[in-house]
Every structure is written in C-alpha cells, then in structure tokens.
Design a protein around this ligand. Structure first.
Ligand code: AMP
Length: 205
C-alpha cells in the first residue's frame, strides 16, 4: 500500500494523513516534518534548510529526496507520503524508485486555507499541530502531550503563506494530471470528521 496525499497548505493533509496511516498500519512520512526536525537539530544542513523553509521556498530536490528515500527504504511494506512530491521533477524521481498506488487529493479553496493557517499553532518541542478554533489544545497555549508552549510556524506568516499557495497551484497541482486514474479527490472544505468519513468511503476502508 503506497499512498500520496496532496493538498494546499492548510487543507488538513497532516491531520487526515495521521488518521489514514493509523488505520492502514503504515508510516506517515511528512517531508515538512523531516525538514523541521533537521532544522531543530541545529546542524549545518538544518541551518541551510531553515533559511529556505522560513521564507516558504522549496528546498532543492536532491536534498529532500535523500531524506525521503532513507525513510521509504525502511518500509518496503508501504507508506503514506505527505508533502512529497511537490513538483513534477520530484514525482518522476519517486516513480522511478517506487510509484504510489493511490493519490488522495484534498480540495480546499485558498481563502479557507488562509483562514485555517492563521489559527494554526504548533508545539515548540514536539511539533504536534493544533488550531485555536478547530483543533484546540486542552489548555490554551500548551501542548496536550508535553505541556510545551504552542507557537506559530514562521512559514505560517502571511507573506510565506501567499508564496506557498502560489507554488501549490503552479508546481504541485499539475501532479493531479500526472497521476491520472490513481487520483481520488476528496472535499477538504468540511470538518475534520466529515473529511475522514469521505476518505474512508472513497477508499472503501
Ligand atoms: P509543509 O509542512 O509540507 O508545509 O512543508 C514546510 C516547508 O518545507 C515547505 O514550505 C518547503 O519549504 C519545505 N518542503 C516540504 N516538502 C518539500 C518538498 N517536497 N520539496 C521541497 N521543499 C519542501
């Protein structure tokens, strides 16, 4: 079982990917999480990455592919990739290695994404994500898991969000045509549970 999940930032990809990966018993591999972990480590590579992701720019293909390939090679049984591929060149690299069987697309209008992102908060220690309105922590401003402070991601500031949405339409959306009949489209402009119901129904799981 090899899945991709595609959608603009703020479409709820990460949340749905967690639910789906748990249900199918496969790892949820998020390129953004891998990059943020490297950034957090303070390594030389992490500092280079930080400069790019904080501005909402894509990191070079070869850099992200090395990280993704290392994770995929640990899971021959299957995986759910979130955030990779983000452009055609990355899809070609992935397909030549192991092509996905199914590609889920979450459709959400830009204005909804912008509204969702403005309320997104992440734990500064473990990276778990919340939304002040739609997925609030039990105690305001604090992570449910480790009690650390919740902060706004630097690439969730308005200027970086506009850049990332423009990149999504120009570079990532063409993947929908590339993957043709592997595509399963889901309306992401609904509550978390409703989107999850629709995914289960469309995948027959
Ligand atoms: P995300 O959490 O998926 O929104 O990713 C956060 C940031 O990581 C993006 O804005 C990019 O700077 C970088 N990034 C994530 N995935 C990729 C990718 N496949 N290719 C290049 N850069 C990426």
């Amino acid at each position: 079982m090899k899945f991709l999940i595609i959608g603009p930032q703020g479409s709820g990809k990460g949340t749905q990917a967690d639910l789906l990966a748990k249900r199918l018993g496969i790892p949820h591999i998020s390129s953004g999480d891998l990059l943020r972990a490297e950034k957090q480590s303070g390594s030389v590579l992490g500092k280079e990455i930080a400069a790019m992701i904080d501005k909402g720019e894509l990191v070079p293909d070869t850099m992200i592919w090395e990280m993704i390939k290392a994770r995929l090679s640990e899971h021959p049984e299957g995986w759910l990739l979130d955030g990779y591929p983000r452009q055609l060149s990355q899809a070609e690299t992935l397909d030549a290695y192991q092509a996905p069987d199914t590609v889920l697309v979450l459709d959400v209008p830009d204005e909804v994404c912008v509204e969702r992102i403005s309320g997104r908060r992440v734990c500064e220690t473990c990276g778990r994500d919340y939304h002040i309105k739609y997925k609030p922590p039990k105690e305001p401003g604090k992570c449910d898991v480790d009690g650390s402070r919740l902060v706004q991601r630097t690439d969730d500031y308005p200027e970086a969000v506009r850049k990332r949405l423009a990149d999504y339409h120009a570079k990532t959306a063409p993947l929908i045509e590339h993957y043709g009949d592997k595509i399963v489209r889901v309306n992401g402009d609904q509550g978390i549970q409703d989107v999850w119901q629709e995914i289960q129904k469309k995948l027959g799981i």
